[in-house]
Design a protein around this ligand. Structure first.
Ligand SMILES: [Zn+2]
Length: 293
């Protein structure tokens, strides 16, 4: 499943073609993806201007003229191809190869200024929905969702407030969308390692007895932002590249310090630990038992 940095690099790659463009025609080649496509999808999209293309957690949000927002999710295997002039690009760098088999091209946007944006999704866990822009925060997908990890609202005080008194593991807490939006399995492991905090510690270690944030919370809030910014930058560096024929292997995976690195020497300076894999809530966690306390 693409994580937040991949989705953000996709957004940045789509911006030049989509933001400010008008949908002259939309092809919906099947009635559903993970969920049914919006009713009268093609008709409702025709003539709409995409005023803004933004992101909330792992959702891409296209604010349209007329007060509605198109909500898009890549699911497990979704990707976009952008055709402008003779140049085709597939924005984003992914850990696993994306399909370019045309039988999985499910939604095609024809845009003015002239561009074609195609959504391809072999496994069809992706989504396209429409919602009223003004009330989007109350949409079932977004209601109760925590702050964006890159925004100022995600800080040590927030972590202390929402984790105070909680005995659930820090790993589970950080995957909880009500605590922080869109931080997935990979980047939770990476952020905890940079913050030198064990994923097994209870979430309550974010708050001191009086409710103020601990040193661990301060380090963790900073580490979350650093690890995501670095991953976005790594993906962003390849946005100008043409679609690669060798399968699009993410660049940032080479920079993972702990994720998928079981048995490897801990990369933290001066640490002689070995990266260990454990299973928490049925998902792999990677960490160093020596420097993460
Ligand atoms: Zn270590």
């Amino acid at each position: 499943m693409p994580e937040l940095p991949e989705v953000e690099t996709v957004r940045r790659g789509l911006l030049p073609a989509m933001e400010g463009a008008t949908v002259t025609r939309l092809e919906a080649r099947r009635p559903d993806l993970r969920w049914p496509l919006p009713e009268n999808f093609a008709n409702r999209m025709r003539g709409r201007k995409i005023e803004r293309l933004r992101r909330r957690a792992k959702y891409l949000l296209a604010d349209l003229s007329g007060g509605e927002t198109l909500i898009m999710h890549l699911g497990m295997s979704g990707s976009f191809r952008v055709l402008r002039g003779n140049e085709e690009q597939s924005p984003g760098e992914f850990l696993y190869p994306r399909s370019n088999n045309e039988t999985h091209d499910h939604v095609v946007f024809h845009l003015e200024p002239r561009a074609t944006v195609t959504f391809n999704d072999p496994r069809r866990f992706g989504a396209m929905l429409m919602g009223e822009t003004a009330t989007l925060a109350e949409h079932p997908l977004f209601k109760g969702m925590g702050p964006e990890p890159m925004d100022a609202g995600l800080n040590a005080a927030h972590l202390a407030r929402v984790c105070r008194g909680r005995s659930t593991s820090l790993k589970a807490a950080l995957l909880d969308q009500r605590i922080v939006a869109g931080l997935g399995n990979i980047y939770v492991s990476e952020a905890l390692h940079r913050a030198r905090v064990s994923p097994r510690r209870p979430a309550r270690v974010m708050a001191a007895r009086d409710g103020t944030p601990t040193e661990a919370a301060i380090r963790l809030a900073a580490a979350i932002k650093q690890v995501l910014a670095a991953a976005i930058e790594a993906g962003g560096s390849s946005l100008r590249d043409h679609r690669r024929t060798d399968g699009e292997i993410g660049l940032f995976q080479h920079a993972f310090r702990v994720y998928d690195r079981e048995g490897v020497r801990c990369p933290a300076r001066g640490c002689k630990g070995t990266i260990r894999r454990i299973v928490q809530n049925a998902r792999s966690t990677y960490y160093c038992p020596v420097c993460q306390r």
